[in-house]
Design a protein around this ligand. Structure first.
Ligand SMILES: C[C@H](O)[C@H](O)CC(=O)C(=O)O
Ligand SMILES: [Mg+2]
Length: 394
């Protein structure tokens, strides 16, 4: 059967909103004081935007097929990502059959290896890959999850990341992940304040609700070990991204140090099967957390997840909304999902990529039915009023 080919790829930027680092406004919890690798500089401690959290912004990739269907992918890469797509990656996409995603991925990755491997280049490749899967689903009139083998359960269940796990509990989530506030630069007083915050949250939510700390690459092994042991009393389920992503040795040590039963989770800033292979072979963590918009897209997540399965690791993707839901629903080793609370005060459920996407499902009572994903591709489109700019053309 003759499949359409890809007529054109286009890369756009858009400011404001989007998930996580895309571009949240003043007063958003995600831009409040959070322990980061920059917290040792007092002038960059109070707000993450002060050191450039939102500097890249959103990259929207569109791929248009010869039969008129359009696939869309979204990631964090902004204007730099748009340049890479238009000036470099386009040559590997245009003219190809919409089915040939594996070959397109391989060419994009190997052609950028001399300046890529991780970070913004892999974010960008991920954005293109997501657009290609979306396009293929639209051409075949199938959801991405069906192309990945179909759902293995009837619904997704979610924990919430944000400043108010207590409110997340009332909204039906299974747990709440708090951003760690105080960094090691605030010494023992900061450590005590972190533990006090956890104790207060445990009081509010009771015993049976998961509580986790997201440390966003900001600790060292010694501090993380002390935090984990102090937090055990309050039933901390996992300590996340405690160390810089390249410190595989530190993660392995931390995993040996934490109290029995507490998970060490990481991987949202890791990329490709080779990066995750390091995390797994070096016994760095219990759960890996690839972001499908950053790790290499769905094409690479398939490989990362298979590797994790063989290592008996869970794969709980970071954020990324529909782009990961279609994957998670098809995998036995992804039994629950993250929902990033993007309401500025984390007090209501709003679509994770708000206001960028139309048709983005949100959890109700902490759950999304598999049937809510039964739409072609990822089932979303760019909002009609999105102010897209195309900074480069080829
Ligand atoms: C809250 C964290 O600092 C970050 O913005 C999100 C994250 O790491 C996560 O959702 O996990
Ligand atoms: Mg995290």
């Amino acid at each position: 059967m003759a499949m359409p080919t890809i007529k054109q790829i286009r890369a756009y930027t858009v400011r404001g909103g989007g998930a996580d680092y895309h571009d949240q406004g003043e007063g958003h919890w995600i831009d409040s004081q959070i322990s980061t690798p920059m917290s040792k500089y007092p002038e960059y401690r109070a707000k993450r935007r002060s050191f450039g959290l939102n500097v890249l912004g959103t990259l929207v990739v569109e791929v248009e097929a010869s039969d008129g269907h359009i696939g869309v992918g979204v990631t964090t890469a902004g204007e730099l990502g748009a340049f890479i797509v238009e000036k470099h990656l386009a040559r590997f996409i245009e003219g190809q059959k919409v089915t040939d995603i594996e070959k397109m991925w391989d060419q994009m990755f190997h052609a950028t290896l001399f300046y890529g491997r991780k970070g913004i280049v892999l974010n960008t490749i991920s954005g293109v890959d997501l657009a290609l899967w979306d396009l293929l689903g639209k051409v075949r009139d199938e959801p991405v999850h069906a192309m990945l083998g179909g759902p293995v359960r009837d619904e997704l269940i979610f924990y919430a990341t944000g400043a108010r796990p207590d409110l997340a509990k009332d909204m039906g989530f299974i747990g709440g992940k708090l951003p760690l506030k105080h960094s090691p630069a605030e010494f023992d007083a900061g450590l005590k304040a972190n533990l006090d915050q956890l104790a207060d949250m445990r009081n509010r939510v009771g015993d049976d609700f998961w509580l986790m700390f997201d440390c966003w690459m900001s600790l060292d092994v010694e501090y993380a070990t002390r935090l984990a042991h102090g937090a055990a009393e309050y039933g901390l389920k996992w300590i996340e991204e405690a160390l810089p992503p390249d410190d595989y040795w530190g993660y392995a040590e931390l995993r040996r140090n934490v109290p029995p039963g507490m998970w060490v989770n990481t991987g949202e800033h890791e990329a490709t099967r080779w990066g995750f292979r390091m995390l797994m072979e070096m016994e760095c963590c219990d759960v890996i957390q690839p972001d499908v918009g950053w790790c290499g897209g769905v094409t690479e997540l398939i490989k990362i997840s298979a590797l994790a399965d063989a290592h008996q690791k869970l794969v709980i993707p970071h954020g990324s909304s529909v782009y990961s839901y279609h994957f998670v629903i098809t995998r036995h080793n992804s039994p629950f999902s993250e929902f990033l609370m993007m309401a500025p005060q984390a007090d209501e459920v709003v679509p994770m990529f708000t206001p960028l996407l139309e048709g983005e499902p949100v959890p109700e009572n902490g759950r999304i039915k598999a049937s809510a994903l039964d739409k072609p591709g990822f089932g979303v489109s760019i909002a009609a009023d999105a102010d897209l700019a195309r900074p480069y053309e080829h």
